[in-house]
Write a protein that binds this ligand. Structure first.
Ligand code: BGC
Length: 739
């Protein structure tokens, strides 16, 4: 439709139809308990007519169901307007890929884009139109459960990944097959919740908000994200879903964003829980004034808007603007011409777990896994040796992690034992489960009422002892032990904040017993978040952090362990020494006690180092690299000029390899305190063994800009240190003067 036709359609809609476009339903409206379509089953809040007028729905999954709902909807809607089907497709649809946090560790926006594209291909024929992804909340506190959904602690990297994901989902034309609309979330700074407490307090200055938290949302908006979702949280007491400054002054007016803004799940209503509105009507008023277009699964607009309009507190122009944004979204998706938009049960079955997607899933495991340590080059494993594979993740098929769609796959994931045996049928390897993932004493079983009924754990203490004893026997007989341990796959994502960020106690007991009899331990660590592994790392030779790698986890992990591939991921979130360091991140502000300055008092704690156990950007691979001195193409830089920073990197190890070269800057003196380091560039380069490559980065004064006290985005004259190295600890730098 042309814009003119859309406006004609808008003008033709009744008031009730307009309110309907702004209402998002929950899929349960359409289904009985057994999941079979029962026709429209008005929920307690809406009449059947109101359901028929709703603009979109979340959580209807499966092409047949979607076709049927859409068919009925178009038939029953007074103007036969199709509805939009939305779902959280976070790291793959039928093919589950590594979690988003893991993906960010690839330092490869191209990979993130390809993964998003495959997720779009698989979900498009299944009838879905919108995914609630990417989640771009910067997170610096590993206690928060949702860190696994984002790209970690750094704004620059996160912005690159945000852009890549949007382009991957949406392609260049949303009306084409194999695309879905992206919805960047959660605007804004949800990842800052104090101490990781879910939905908790957020409080940041506007300067820091703009400097560190907003850039990744902006990058997604600039890349064309068709939707943006508000956050549940209240920053400094201002509820995000009614935050006019954020949603209008910054998003709409400054950034020029004109996509559809959707609330988080009933987050208009949540303003009541924040204690800032007493009624649905008050909530509706705040959200409307903040130009929020779609209300997800609560009914404040439905209940409040009619009176608000009658009383003149909300204008028809406001409502029309929101409805038009919804109609434009439908139009972008091509729904007016193509209301069933490639929904095709047969084709859907064909594309689910297609070869491209599955190959990409396997390839992405090595790119996203981070080798944190590798003493004596214990990895890759030597297949002639006697190796024991011990731990609950040896036999676990579900290595999907939080926010996974587990019921749309055609292919079943395999476990590590199966894949090792298949690859090396004649080797004399030993496999022992050693323990369940959880023991009965695990705090989540006591405190998490919702989850504890579904989690399996070892309740039998005799069995527990027997399993550990068998694992110890296996370890005694082996040259090397590979311990596959980690968090439960269901303790990441929303409502999964943890106060203890260690591996479950039962697995720690197993680990300690095995480590007492064998020094050659390789840990394969499964996690949603950086864990406290200080003791584990002390007792292990290698730690290979694989996060949750998805449907091809076992194949990818075994390939890395035996050196067919090499891990090349780098941390995008620091691993703390202990939970007491959280939040922890590399881009700290300098003080008298900063480690990089030549000062003596390098402390921050008296019982723990100031720096994390493993820092941002850190990660090894199966070869080593040496960095030369940095060369800058000039000594001074003024507005509009660019400077080339280059460095020679040599592969001094014994095999070809891939290095992630990272560039950081530090603005030494400025009108506000600037971080010790900030990432401003990265390149992943293949370097054959024995060879050297020159890696170049281009910088301009744009890269040196920051928000000053007046919230102006400026650069200031003075010294900028340019660091290039393998991680955020690098001290390899040269200075340039901004003039
Ligand atoms: C989450 C969102 C999600 C939405 C829909 C909310 O509870 O915060 O991230 O997209 O539910 O499932």
């Amino acid at each position: 439709m042309t814009e003119k036709q859309l406006i004609e359609l808008l003008n033709d809609l009744s008031f009730e139809e307009k309110i309907g476009e702004l209402q998002q339903l929950s899929g349960r409206v359409y289904f009985g308990d057994d999941g079979i379509i029962t026709g429209v089953d008005s929920d307690e809040n809406l009449t059947e007519e109101e359901v028929n007028r709703s603009g979109s729905v979340i959580n209807v999954v499966g092409p047949q169901k979607i076709l049927e709902v859409q068919k009925n909807h178009i038939k029953n809607h007074p103007h036969h307007i199709p509805m939009i089907f939305m779902l959280d497709i976070i790291h793959g649809f039928g093919t589950s890929f590594p979690t988003p946090l893991a993906q960010s560790c690839s330092f490869e926006p191209e990979l993130v884009k390809e993964i998003a594209h495959e997720a779009a291909v698989e979900s498009c024929n299944a009838g879905l139109h919108v995914t609630f992804s990417p989640m771009v909340d910067i997170c610096r506190d590993a206690r928060w459960g949702r860190v696994m959904e984002g790209s970690g602690e750094d704004p620059y990297l996160s912005a690159k990944m945000a852009e890549a994901a949007v382009l991957g989902y949406q392609g260049d034309d949303l009306s084409k097959e194999g695309t879905i609309a992206a919805c960047v979330k959660h605007f804004a700074a949800y990842g800052m919740v104090e101490a990781g407490r879910e939905y908790g307090t957020v409080d940041t200055s506007e300067r820091f908000l703009r400097q560190y938290y907003l850039p990744s949302y902006k990058a997604a908006c600039d890349a064309g994200s068709a939707l943006l979702m508000t956050a549940f949280t209240a920053n400094g007491g201002v509820a995000a879903t009614g935050d006019k400054h954020l949603l209008v002054d910054i998003l709409r007016d400054e950034w020029g964003y004109d996509g559809a803004v959707i609330t988080d799940y009933s987050s208009i209503h949540t303003m009541y829980s924040h204690g800032v509105t007493k009624t649905h009507k008050e909530s509706a008023k705040l959200a409307m004034d903040a130009q929020v277009d779609i209300e997800m699964c609560s009914y404040c607009y439905h209940d409040g808007l009619p009176e608000l309009v009658k009383e003149g507190k909300v204008t028809m122009e406001q409502i029309d603007r929101a409805v038009l944004r919804v109609l434009r979204l439908k139009n972008k998706l091509g729904l007016f011409e193509n209301p069933y938009r490639f929904t095709d049960a047969k084709k859907s079955l064909e594309v689910i777990n297609n070869k491209n997607a599955m190959d990409l899933a396997e390839k992405s495991v090595a790119k996203t896994s981070v080798l944190l340590q590798n003493e004596d080059k214990i990895l890759p494993l030597k297949k002639e040796e006697k190796i024991a594979f011990i731990g609950p993740y040896v036999y676990e098929n579900d290595m999907y992690g939080g926010w996974s769609i587990r019921n749309q796959r055609k292919v079943e994931p395999r476990n590590i034992e199966t894949v090792v045996n298949e690859k090396f049928p004649n080797n004399n390897f030993i496999f022992e489960q050693g323990s369940e993932i959880l023991g009965a004493e695990e705090p989540i079983l006591k405190y998490d009422r919702a989850r504890s009924s579904t989690l399996q754990y070892e309740a039998d203490s005799n069995l527990r002892k027997e399993k550990i004893a068998k694992a110890v026997e296996a370890a005694k007989k082996s040259d090397t032990v590979v311990m596959c341990i980690g968090e439960h796959t269901k303790v990441g994502g929303e409502l999964a904040a943890r106060a203890h960020i260690d591996i479950p106690k039962i697995q720690k007991e197993l680990f300690d017993a095995v480590a007492a009899v064998n020094d050659n331990i390789v840990v394969v660590l499964f996690d949603h978040r950086p864990l406290d592994i200080t003791e584990i790392s002390e007792k292990s030779k290698a730690v290979l952090n694989v996060w949750f790698p998805g449907i091809k986890a076992a194949e990818g992990i075994v390939g890395m362990l035996f050196g067919e591939t090499a891990p090349t991921g780098r941390l995008t979130m620091s691993f703390p020494y202990t939970v007491g360091q959280c939040p922890i991140y590399y881009s700290q502000l300098p003080t008298d006690h900063s480690p990089v300055l030549e000062k003596v008092y390098v402390t921050g704690y008296i019982d723990c180092p100031l720096t994390p156990l493993y820092c941002f950007g850190e990660g090894l691979t199966y070869t080593e690299f040496e960095y030369g001195e940095i060369k800058l193409s000039k000594e001074t830089l003024s507005e509009g000029e660019k400077i080339i920073a280059s460095v020679e990197v040599e592969n001094i190890g014994e095999r070809d390899g891939v290095e992630t070269v990272q560039l950081y800057i530090r603005d030494v003196f400025a009108s506000v305190s600037r971080p010790l380091k900030e990432l401003k560039g990265f390149k992943k380069v293949e370097i054959p063994k024995g060879e050297k490559v020159t890696v170049e980065f281009e910088l301009t004064t744009e890269d040196m800009k920051f928000y000053n006290v007046d919230l102006e985005y400026v650069w200031e004259p003075g010294e900028i240190q340019v660091f290039i190295g393998p991680n955020s600890k690098t001290l390899n730098y040269k200075s340039v003067n901004l003039v």
